[in-house]
Design a protein around this ligand. Structure first.
Ligand code: ADP
Ligand code: MG
Length: 647
């Protein structure tokens, strides 16, 4: 007798539930998606005990016909697909017909639904996949789905649920972000009968962001507007046809830095997804603007025709596959980067500030709220944005970089070496009382939102601190510029533009430098050999495992040549597999710039300091070094005046 048996529906549904229903928030997601697919305009989510005791979603959508109310709980029963061809152009959020049977198999579920086409509705009650009740009921049109005691019959799953607060945080985050994706819907979330979110329909995403996060967060964000890029198709005989991709949403200004990816939300055709390609595009857009280990806030909505994206990749429908992945990647990266380039804010010195007000009143951003309930302590231990750094009292000028990021500073006998030729008269004459147009300072930080590096042009160097930092007076305060990272930025932009023009300044070496490569490096070398020459190197093979460098980019010291080559080979190894050539070029330029830039602990005369400031002012993006470290800190005139009690 054979050993293979066909599993009963109940077992099959429970298995499917393992993939679809991970935690209460996944139930909320599936039910919300169903309500949206049903054309609802008002979505109400109620939860109790973090969703473990109860989840209820009430909508005013199309409801279900009597016959459908039961059918909906059959496996693979869906009103959204009829043909295999439909799978190629899925326009609804659901399509697998798995959610309701899966959820019903691991909870006690009640469905109350009525279609406007019928005068009475239906009530269906299911427990652990078994139908207990199915009867006619007098109901308003729309659907109410109540899920009680999730995982009551799957103890193993139940054990893995986190605390009520954590599960609630997931639900809150999900509801918030779906509300952002659908500004034209009213969305309500209540937990244990407390209202957590209640937004009415609005006509723009911007208004919805304001409703959800408040004006303060809105100020920290850059609106991407509507970005579009089209691709002409000629790969499959569809000549003459084009496909348009649209990107809109908000990203944070570079000074807002998060310690994890939790503030990144990606939507493709209105579907909340996780996608490595898009995450990579986002971090490439911020490359050199924020440190490697920091993440932005991002709310990205990508829209494209349904054929361009396969949503049937994973049972929970949280992953997608783009047909033209690298096109989408580059489009998203460039669009975000261009918008960021236009806003050029400066980090300022964190100096003493009024104590943080206990809460920002009604404008506590919802994301903060959800994070707070998730883990209050964590936020305090790891402040995740610059704006949340605790105030530091004067006169401790604190650089935000961990010391390990910088070469060791020599804090020997050198103090502030004022250059008499450059210094005081003009500088002191600039300290004017600033009219009170700045408004109150944000609590806890000294950010002047209007700050811009445009004022770099007017800076006047006064001297050097520890032979490492240029101290300069400007119309808007006192500036401290890290000479190494400033020079790095200047060289980076120079090398990059010369690489693009195909004419990097190079120096011929009197004696070729011989470099021995290990086998992995040899492989990488053969991949990037032509790129090396584009970056200003002249390199030839010299025996089986050795290369001879005959010329190098002009600014790189002879002693650094070998290091730069090794660094570039390493970049190639790490980046080649996932990254575009352009990204590799950027990294090569960054490596050359870093090695060629003037070091700290290096005295500069007034002339050199002025040159540095002028060259920095001419940079396209003088805000941070190619690795994301800040270049300049500013102690605003207003803070100086306040600290001296002059205002
Ligand atoms: P899918 O969404 O993949 O079709 P589900 O199991 O989530 O599968 O839902 C099954 C069917 O039940 C849907 O195709 C839809 O016809 C119906 N349905 C579910 N929720 C609702 C709702 N809130 N309003 C109207 N119809 C619904
Ligand atoms: Mg569904």
């Amino acid at each position: 007798m054979g050993r293979i048996r066909v599993l009963s529906d109940i077992v099959a549904n429970k298995i499917a539930a393992g993939e679809v229903v991970e935690r209460p928030a996944s139930v909320v997601k599936e039910l919300l998606e169903n309500s949206l697919d049903a054309g609802a305009t008002h979505l109400r989510i109620e939860a109790e005990a973090g969703g473990r005791r109860l989840i209820r979603i009430t909508d005013d959508g199309c409801g279900m016909l009597r016959d459908d109310a039961l059918l909906a709980f059959e496996r693979h029963a869906t009103s959204k697909l009829s043909d295999v061809k439909d799978l190629l152009t899925i326009s609804t959020l659901g399509f697998r017909g798995e959610a309701l049977p899966s959820i019903a198999s691991v909870s006690r579920l009640t469905l109350e639904t009525r279609s406007p086409d019928e005068s009475t509705g239906s009530l269906v009650e299911i427990s652990g996949g078994k139908i207990l009740r199915c009867e006619e009921a007098s109901l308003a049109s729309g659907t109410i789905l109540t899920v009680r005691d999730l995982f009551f019959n799957v103890p193993a799953r139940k054990k893995f649920l986190r605390s009520e607060q954590t599960e609630l945080a997931h639900i809150a985050s999900l509801a918030t972000h779906y509300s952002l994706a659908y500004p034209d819907k009213a969305v309500e979330l209540r937990h244990n009968n407390n209202e957590l979110l209640n937004v009415s329909p609005v006509s723009s995403l911007r208004e919805r962001v304001f409703q959800v996060f408040g004006s303060q967060v809105l100020e920290e964000l850059v609106d991407l507007g509507v970005q579009q890029r089209a691709i002409a198709l000629d790969d499959d005989g569809e000549e003459g046809r084009t496909r348009t991709f649209t990107l809109k949403g908000f990203v944070s200004r570079p000074q807002v830095q998060k310690s994890n990816r939790n503030s990144i939300f990606l939507f493709v055709n209105g579907r909340l997804i996780k996608d490595r390609l898009l995450l990579h595009a986002l971090s490439a857009a911020y490359h050199s603007l924020i440190p490697h280990n920091a993440y932005p806030f991002a709310l990205l909505f990508i829209d494209c025709s349904y054929e361009e994206v396969d949503v049937n990749v994973h049972p929970s429908k949280t992953e997608v596959r783009f047909r033209r992945g690298s096109f989408v990647h580059d489009f998203v990266r460039d669009a975000i980067r261009n918008v960021l380039m236009e806003s050029r804010p400066v980090p300022t010195l964190p100096v003493s500030a009024p104590p943080a007000s206990p809460q920002r009143g009604a404008e506590l951003p919802f994301s903060e709220f959800t994070q707070q309930i998730e883990n209050h302590q964590l936020r305090q231990d790891h402040p995740d944005s610059v704006a949340e750094h605790p105030p530091v009292p004067i006169p401790e000028f604190t650089l935000r970089q961990p010391a390990s990021h910088n070469p060791r500073l020599d804090f020997g006998a050198h103090g502030l070496a004022l250059d008499p030729a450059a210094a005081p008269t003009a500088a002191s004459g600039r300290l004017r009382r600033i009219p009170d147009t700045h408004g109150p300072l944000p609590s806890g930080v000294m950010m002047e939102p209007s700050a811009s590096l445009e004022v770099l042009r007017d800076l006047r160097p006064m001297g050097q601190l520890h032979d490492s930092f240029i101290v300069a007076a400007g119309p808007d305060g006192l500036w401290i510029i890290d000479q190494h990272v400033a020079h790095e930025r200047i060289l980076f932009e120079k090398v990059l533009s010369q690489m693009a023009a195909g004419s990097v300044d190079r120096q011929s070496l009197l004696m070729p430098i011989l470099i021995e490569l290990n086998p992995a490096q040899q492989v990488e070398y053969s991949r990037v050999a032509s790129e090396l020459s584009g970056a200003g190197f002249e390199v030839e093979p010299f025996g089986p495992r050795t290369i001879a460098v005959k010329a190098a980019p002009a600014d790189v010291g002879i002693a650094e040549v070998e290091r730069v080559i090794f660094e570039i080979l390493e970049i190639a190894e790490q980046e080649m597999r996932q990254t575009s050539l352009e990204e590799i070029r950027r990294q090569m330029a960054a490596s050359i710039a870093c090695r060629a830039a003037i070091k700290i602990n290096n005295p500069l005369d007034a002339h050199k300091m002025q040159w540095m400031i002028n060259a920095l002012a001419a940079c396209q993006f003088p805000m941070s070094c190619p690795h994301g470290r800040p270049i300049a800190l500013r102690y605003g005139t207003r803070e100086i005046l306040k600290s001296f009690h002059r205002i």
